[in-house]
Structures are given as structure tokens and as C-alpha cells.
Design a protein around this ligand. Structure first.
Ligand code: IPE
Ligand code: IPE
Ligand code: MG
Length: 245
């Protein structure tokens, strides 16, 4: 990466909202789906670079709970694109030691995609060079609501007392409770919002927003985000003196 690599702090978990595909295509007089296609081709290099840098977890927002409200033709295109991408990349990911996981409301995904997901997860489950999480049909609110329901069921069965519910017991029921929370949250496409991506797990993430549209996002842009991250003092509620002393 950058020059003084010994001063660079590498985040353990990077989460990216890959936004701006539609606008990128419209700027070129092309259909939104063209933007999704070009955008999907950018994922490969970011995954590769994450692995090279020793990042442990990369979580990519591919499709939100709310994206189901888009025109059916665009939704179908995106589902098919995920199937094609996985089929195309899975062998290389497998060989490179990348573990693939999906997070999101699976029961809404088409059967054909579920099959490819199951296959990808099974083939890469013992890999540990990088954990690549694809968030599809995912929403932070869905995740927290689901965890609350699991706890309520435990209480109803008499396995848990309401007073035993704390941050730890709730966090344990969330998606990827075995992984560290996001350290760096990147959003491309210029919007300054979270759009229901990681809510709980971004509690202490550092945010990096860029106007660059996802199909233009490059490894250089990724380095810019990482450089910003590296320059920030993370205080986690403490004083600057406490964390630097
Ligand atoms: C992000 O790009 C991809 C998905 C949400 C699936 P958009 O499709 O949201 O692109 P813009 O924001 O309309 O440009
Ligand atoms: C967030 O982008 C979801 C993904 C990138 C997958 P959106 O384009 O759906 O977000 P909004 O609607 O602009 O908030
Ligand atoms: Mg968008």
C-alpha cells in the first residue's frame, strides 16, 4: 500500500456499501443493469487486495431488504448476476483460501441462488485467508429484530430470564456474532447514509464516504479509504489521553 507501511493500521473488518451503479450507467446513457454488471466486475480486485493486506473480514452490501421494492426486472437481473458471479469466481476464491458467507433473509432469495450459496459456503468453509461476507436481502433492522425474536423464544421456553438480556446476549444472536464488528465502513456513490446496512455492528466503525461511483471504485480509491482509517484516533468513549497513553 502506501509508503510508510509500518505506520499503517489495517482494519480487521471492512464493510462496503457498493452504491452508484445506476447513476454510473445513466451518465453513459445505458440501462441501470449495465452499471450493475460493470460494478460487479470491480469486486474481484477489492477482495484480492483485502486478502493481500491481511484484512480478516470483508462485508459487501450487495442487495438490501429494501431493494426488493425495485422494479421486478432489476431485482431479477441482480439475483441472476449474483448467481453468475459466484459460479464464475468460486473456484478461484476456494483456491485462494477465501471463506464465503452470506448474511441476510435467505428465505426470500430464489431457489437457484440458494443452491449456489450453499455450494459456495460448503466448499470454502475451512478457508481462513479472508472471510468474504455477501450481504443479500440484508437489513440491519431485520438482523436485530430476528435476534430479539430468538431471545423472546428462549424466555418463553423458560431458558432465559428477561433480566439476563444484555448487549452480550443480544449480540450473540446476530448475524456473524463470531466475527469482529466493522472497523471501517465505506460507502461509495456520494450518499451520506447507512441505508439499513450494519447498524449494531457499526456502533464504533469509522466511516468513509466518497463521491466515486462503485463502477469507478479502484484499488487506489480503496487505499485512500484505508489511509484515512489509519489516521484516525479511535477512542471508544474514552479520552484521547487515555487511548494514546
Ligand atoms: C447499488 O447501486 C447497487 C444496489 C443497490 C443493488 P444502485 O443501483 O443503488 O445505484 P444508484 O444509487 O441508483 O446510482
Ligand atoms: C444501499 O444502496 C444498498 C446497496 C448498495 C446494496 P441503495 O441505493 O439501496 O440505498 P438508498 O436507497 O439510496 O438509501
Ligand atoms: Mg443507490
Amino acid at each position: 500500500m502506501p509508503e510508510q507501511s509500518d505506520h499503517i493500521q489495517i482494519p480487521r473488518h471492512v464493510a462496503i456499501v457498493m452504491d452508484g451503479n445506476g447513476r454510473w450507467a445513466r451518465q453513459r446513457g445505458r440501462p441501470r443493469t449495465y452499471g450493475h454488471k460493470v460494478g460487479s466486475s470491480k469486486v474481484h480486485d477489492i477482495v484480492e487486495e483485502s486478502k493481500e493486506l491481511g484484512i480478516e473480514v470483508l462485508t459487501l452490501f450487495a442487495f438490501s431488504s429494501e431493494n426488493w421494492k425495485r422494479p421486478k426486472s432489476e431485482v431479477n437481473f441482480l439475483m441472476e448476476l449474483m448467481i453468475q458471479m459466484l459460479k464464475k469466481e468460486i473456484r478461484k476464491l476456494e483456491e485462494k483460501g477465501v471463506q464465503v458467507r452470506f448474511i441476510g433473509q435467505r428465505e426470500l432469495l430464489p431457489e437457484k441462488l440458494l443452491k449456489v450459496i450453499a455450494d459456495s459456503e460448503a466448499r470454502t468453509r475451512n478457508n481462513n485467508a479472508l472471510i468474504l461476507q455477501i450481504a443479500a436481502s440484508y437489513g440491519g433492522q431485520w438482523d436485530i429484530t430476528r435476534a430479539a425474536r430468538v431471545l423472546a423464544e428462549k424466555v418463553a421456553r423458560g431458558e432465559l430470564l428477561p433480566e439476563q438480556i444484555d448487549e452480550k446476549t443480544l449480540a450473540a444472536e446476530l448475524a456473524f456474532s463470531d466475527l469482529p464488528d466493522a472497523d471501517l465502513f465505506i460507502r461509495t456513490g456520494g450518499e451520506l447514509r447507512i441505508s439499513n446496512f450494519l447498524l449494531w455492528q457499526a456502533a464504533y466503525a469509522e466511516f468513509y464516504f466518497t463521491d466515486v461511483l462503485w463502477p469507478d471504485f479502484s484499488v487506489d480509491e480503496y487505499h485512500n479509504a484505508l489511509r484515512h482509517f489509519s489516521g484516525r484516533q479511535r477512542r471508544f468513549g474514552q479520552t484521547g489521553e487515555q487511548v494514546s497513553g
